[in-house]
Design a protein around this ligand. Sequence first.
Ligand code: ADP
Length: 475
Amino acid sequence: MEIFHVSAECYPMAKVGGLADVVGALPKYQSKAGHQVRVVVPCYDTKFKRENEFECVHWGNVKLGNFDFPFSVLKETTDQLGYELYLIEIKELFDRPNIYGYEDDIERFLSFQIATLDWITARETVPDVINCHDHHTGLIPFLVKYAYKYERLKNVKTVITIHNGLYQGWFGFDKLHYLPEFDLIHVGFLEWNTAINSLAVGIKCANAVTTVSPSYLDEINRSANGLEALFNQVRDKSKGILNGIDIEIWDPSKDQMIVENYSVETFGAGKQKNKEKLCEEFELDPSKPLFSFIGRLFEEKGGDLLPQASALALSENFESINILILGSGNPDIEAQLVQLRNDYKGYYNVFIGYNEELAHLIYAGSDFILMPSRVEPCGLNQLYALRYGTVPIVRRTGGLRDTVIDFGDDGNGICHDQASVGDICYSINRAVKLYADKSNFNKIIERGMQTDHSWERVCEEYIEIYNLIIQKNEV
Ligand code: ADP
């Protein structure tokens, strides 16, 4: 089967969060299973782009109303990724260091989608499936079906995978003329609450909708930033598929980014060495349990609860726990977290920013990982933590509910129900007791490390959906 994945992120080319990890891994395992898989992302000015070789395989011009943007399609030539990676180079729009956050993001991702389809249309073969990811690619299912210039792709099946339904990419109808021409009879597909809502368009027009965990699919039928009714309508073509992880990149026995490799047989000594390194770097006490957080510092992740929860937990467990935070996001949360350093010197620290290597070291060297998320479509941190022998402390929501079971129920982690300071501290106190009970603690670590969350198992579920929509052959 010939499959295209179109996405705003793909690790190692461009990463902000879990979307990149999924689009960097799922295609690799689909390729291994014998499919022809191509990944298309915008050409940002990233380290990966600067350090690797590319060849131009196509060029053209995107017309966005009165604007004209020349584009090239660059293919990564070393084939080191396990799938073919293509970058859409539109210098004026994407030759910038950040992936998101610019005033012209709508124009950027519209141009990206149009350039991608222009190129796919011009290719010799027509793919079987285009798998779109999140709102940045949500217009593709509409354009494939209704834009005159993509007539050749009319029978290509489309899937939209929702990694985060909070962000929807909406814009006013004053930008309608940016889209390639289509029969206006179909304009209703573009509209949701009087605006063009890219994610809603994808959900309406794709042949199938997937979310990154089964629980998240249930939750967005009740709460989805205004799209609940739509999710209810498309329930029949929707499926929740739990994300896997790339077990080659995330492997504590081979990981080059940590100081000591270890396996389920040697995690005791191995994790301690990594913990010592972390504690040395961040002036913490390696003889005390280490609780860490890695992620975007926003309310959806429970980031706003972290300053108060950290302060309370550190006071209640005076000089007997460490807390380390890695992340960036809301400036107020960042400032509060930095401020806390003064009060709990030697037992608390924070690194504001994005740092892939440090994240690996934290998964390896921590005893517990905190995930007090309000919303968590799947969550990858807990899966990496489990694999690295770090016990996840999670709020039961979305994919966290599907992957972490409380140790009181013979599970692999610690769970609470409310995204609140009280619940987080209560869980930390339970964790402190668990940490002291070494044989039970080690049993839980072993259980976590032995769980199979590899894509090998999961990627077949995507193929089943592709096969289903190809067989149905609905227009
Ligand atoms: P998200 O909602 O942000 O996509 P996920 O749990 O699905 O959350 O994925 C988060 C991914 O991003 C993980 O690979 C995590 O290690 C990584 N990550 C998040 N924040 C940082 C950071 N500040 N530095 C390094 N890695 C980070």
